[in-house]
Design a protein around this ligand. Structure first.
Ligand SMILES: *Cc1c(COP(=O)(O)O)cnc(C)c1O
Length: 446
């Protein structure tokens, strides 16, 4: 029986008249899976509740910030208590100091940091610092990596843009993008060639250390360390965009998880505990260039907002207290293993589920197109956008909708990754994989 979506449909009809496409961030509009987006009324733990009274087990989790699930009581209490003392001061206060001290104490390569209001702002500012520090203009990025919507990096930039006819955004001046060099992932020789040609002009290499915005594309072991060596040989800085991976792969993010230290790092998502916060940081000698101590200008009216600092602090303290990383990773692997065991039995389609810590990505292909399963660190990984099967984009939407109808909310895009939170217990994982098997069958019948 189909779920009812009358209220959502009515709201979306109204919404189409106001924000462009009916939403305030593109992927929410369901264009990459078709159909009408469900409007969410409330959320708790592992679940979303829509305006028609439907419940969904949520694996999208607001795109990554909610490592403890929705409406975590410790984080919600921190927000309420902060609000009782005011919502914004625009002046020096101790909350942001406490959060900054906690991060710099726990993450040695972040000696200084600055809070901003989004991941995009963090990246923009880190790039400015890198350019100032090196006196160079060019930035090297990787095809399929997304770093927010700043002009210069909207070049071959991941899911929100994938599948569209134009890879770059309209409205980005050619001159801005001209300082951006793009290399393929999983191909160090290509990076070497770019350095050979432009090495003396490259301020920084920026990478998502576990690329997670065009599918989940884990790089081979040793890749990041070799990239770091190469960048440093040419006097370029290495920037890890840890907006997704920071505080998720480990407290110290992908840098800790993979054991490779960047020069500059950007954070977002988890760092605000579900409120809008971003940050950029690194060695003191680099960060001391930022105003007012140095001449790299960067500012923000609501930066270090006291409510967002309190929720960020509650989230990070809870992460340190519980250290849920091993459990989250084991649970995510269990999900991947179960999915593929099921898929092998139903066999109307080939299913790959790649994971990195508590990130997972389901990639589909026609049955028989590939042999073998790709669980966890299996050898046949998909490591770059070019390796993603062409059939995936067509096969994902019916699976997404079959699962939505059964009460499971996956990311509404074939290229976005799923997240597992501490609120997702073993029962949640089992319920999902059972529904996944049934969804595969129902698609096969249609
Ligand atoms: C989400 C994301 C960003 C942008 O962060 P916003 O808060 O959406 O501006 C940047 N980089 C990566 C890797 C991201 O996943």
């Amino acid at each position: 029986m189909k779920r009812k979506h009358e209220q959502s449909a009515a709201l979306f009809a109204r919404a189409l008249k106001v924000p462009p496409g009916g939403v305030h961030s593109p992927v929410r509009a369901f264009r990459q899976v078709g159909g009408t987006p469900v409007f969410i009324d409330s959320a708790d733990g592992a679940y979303l509740f829509d305006v028609d009274g439907n419940r969904y087990l949520d694996f999208c989790l607001s795109w990554g910030p909610l490592i403890f699930g929705h409406n975590d009581p410790d984080i919600a209490d921190a927000a309420k208590s902060a609000i009782s003392r005011g919502t914004s001061f625009g002046a020096a206060e101790a909350g942001s100091l406490e959060l900054a001290e906690l991060i710099t104490r726990e993450i040695p390569w972040v000696e200084q940091l600055r809070f901003v209001n989004s991941g995009t702002e963090g990246v923009m500012s880190a790039i400015r610092v890198a350019r100032a520090a090196t006196g160079r203009d060019k930035i090297l990025k990787f095809a399929g990596c997304y770093h927010g919507h700043m002009d210069g990096l909207l070049v071959q930039a991941g899911s929100g843009l994938a599948g569209q006819a134009i890879p770059d955004s309209a409205g980005v001046p050619a001159g801005t993008a001209a300082d951006t060099l793009v290399a393929p992932l999983d191909h160090l020789a290509a990076v070497e060639n770019i350095f050979a040609a432009h090495g003396s002009k490259i301020a920084a290499v920026i990478i998502e250390p576990a690329p997670a915005n065009h599918g989940l594309l884990p790089q081979r072991e040793g890749y990041l360390a070799e990239l770091a060596t190469l960048a440093r040989k040419h006097g370029a800085l290495l920037i890890f965009d840890e907006v997704i991976t920071g505080f998720r792969l480990a407290f110290g993010g992908a840098a800790e998880y993979f054991g490779v230290v960047p020069d500059l790092v950007t954070y977002g998502k988890i760092i605000g505990g579900g409120f809008p916060v971003g940050a950029y940081g690194g060695r003191t000698e680099l960060m001391a260039q930022v105003a007012p101590s140095g001449d790299v200008y960067q500012a923000g009216t609501l930066s270090g907002n006291p409510v967002a600092m309190a929720t960020g602090l509650a989230a990070l303290k809870k992460l340190l207290r519980l250290s849920p990383y091993a459990v989250l990773e084991a649970r995510t692997r269990e999900l991947a293993t179960q999915l593929q065991a099921l898929a092998a039995r139903h066999s109307n389609m080939h299913v790959t589920c790649q994971t990195v810590a508590s990130l997972f990505w389901i990639c589909l292909d026609d049955a028989g197109a590939r042999a073998g399963n790709n669980v966890g660190d299996n050898a046949r990984r998909i490591c770059s956008p070019a390796q993603i099967p062409g059939a995936h984009a067509q096969l994902y939407p019916p699976l997404f909708h079959a699962l939505l109808d059964k009460g499971f909310y996956l990311p509404p895009s074939p290229w976005e990754v799923g997240f597992v939170s501490t609120a997702h217990d073993k029962l949640c994982i089992d319920a999902f994989t059972t529904a996944f098997g049934a969804a595969l069958e129902s698609i096969a019948r249609e």
